[in-house]
Design a protein around this ligand. Structure first.
Ligand SMILES: Nc1nc2c(ncn2[C@@H]2O[C@H](COP(=O)(O)OP(=O)(O)OP(=O)(O)O)[C@@H](O)[C@H]2O)c(=O)[nH]1
Ligand SMILES: [Mg+2]
Length: 308
């Protein structure tokens, strides 16, 4: 199965929640009027697009309807607006470091360690050398978990002792990566609640010591957001950005939820690029974010009726 098809399949639940209903709305001869917009609004809200972003999309369609008239192609207009919105979340890749240091952060259980494994494999597939730092020292099992991912893709893991200083592990790993001319160092960190000040300070310290060792590091701080958390994800992003200098997002678990529409809310309300999406538990269930592909996976095929 191609990458695009895998993403598409992962978004099946969301798509079913959106596109089947959309097809019913975009029937032949249907006018772009108040009742169509009302139905559209209900569909978007039910797919977790969120109030603010739904309002935005509806307003855009209303505006187009006023300009083009009631015979406007609402289906095409919606697609256009969704792509435009997701484009805002596409990232220009950050300047590379040598090694290029990526710090992976987020609340408990969002999929950080899994995403570190996936990202490592993604870079390794491009012929890059990669090293992992097991800076989650809270749980002994966390180190083991990362080592298993490392073994699967032949990536070395630098780890410290359980309950050790995570900043020290990160610095040791940076040293080891620099000594070996490794292209990418990816640092896994412990899950933490965004409102726990002492834990957030620890992250700040990891960032600070990395920077002291290498100008510009960490080059990327990626916040892992679980797509099923909905609006709370916005609070997480706000707090992690304030204390840990988040530069981009990894949106995980978009499979198995009908809430894939939350990507629209995230793209619209956060000024943070979505760098990657995770859609399953295995190493390859992971792609760089692409607005057009994501929009198509989300909305499904263009409804037959309005394509005529
Ligand atoms: N379906 C699905 N499951 C995922 C995805 N990413 C991670 N998971 C699962 O989510 C669970 C938690 O993943 P971890 O990678 O351990 O999460 P974490 O953020 O490192 O957790 P802590 O270190 O405890 O904070 C595991 O069961 C993963 O298999 C995804 O994209 N889709
Ligand atoms: Mg973890």
């Amino acid at each position: 199965m191609g990458l695009f098809n895998k993403l598409k399949q992962a978004l099946t639940k969301t798509r079913e929640a959106i596109s089947d209903k959309l097809a019913a709305v975009f029937k032949p001869g249907r006018k772009l009027d108040k009742s169509l917009l009302q139905e559209l609004e209900d569909i978007l809200l039910s797919a977790d697009v969120g109030l603010e972003t739904t309002d935005h999309l509806i307003a855009k369609l209303q505006e187009a309807g006023r300009k083009v008239g009631p015979d406007a192609d609402a289906d095409a207009l919606l697609r256009e607006q969704v792509v435009a919105l997701l484009r805002e979340a596409e990232a220009t890749p950050p300047p590379q470091g040598a090694p290029h240091v990526v710090l992976v952060v987020g609340v408990n259980g969002t999929g950080k360690t899994t995403s570190v494994g996936k990202l490592g494999k993604y870079y390794a597939n491009q012929g890059k050398s990669v090293m992992f730092a097991a800076a989650d020292t809270f749980r002994a099992a966390a180190i083991e978990q990362l080592k298993i991912w490392g073994e699967r893709s032949g990536i070395q893991v630098v780890a410290g002792l359980p309950n050790g200083d995570s900043a020290a592990v990160a610095v040791d790993a940076l040293q080891a990566a620099a000594n070996r001319n490794t292209d990418f160092l990816i640092v896994d960190t412990a899950g933490r609640l965004h409102n726990k000040a002492n834990l957030m300070q620890e992250l700040e310290k990891v960032s600070r010591v990395l920077k002291k060792r290498q100008e510009g590091a960490p080059h990327e701080v990626l916040l892992v957001l679980d797509a099923t958390t909905g609006q709370n994800g916005l609070n997480q992003a706000r707090e992690f950005t304030r204390t840990a200098g988040v530069t981009g997002l990894i949106l995980t678990k978009i499979d198995g939820t009908a809430k894939g529409g939350v990507a629209l809310a995230i793209a619209h309300t956060m000024k943070l690029p979505i760098r990657y999406v995770g859609y399953g538990e295995s190493l390859d269930d992971f792609d760089p974010f692409d607005a057009e592909k994501f929009a198509e996976s989300l909305l499904g095929e263009r409804a037959e009726a309005s394509a005529n």
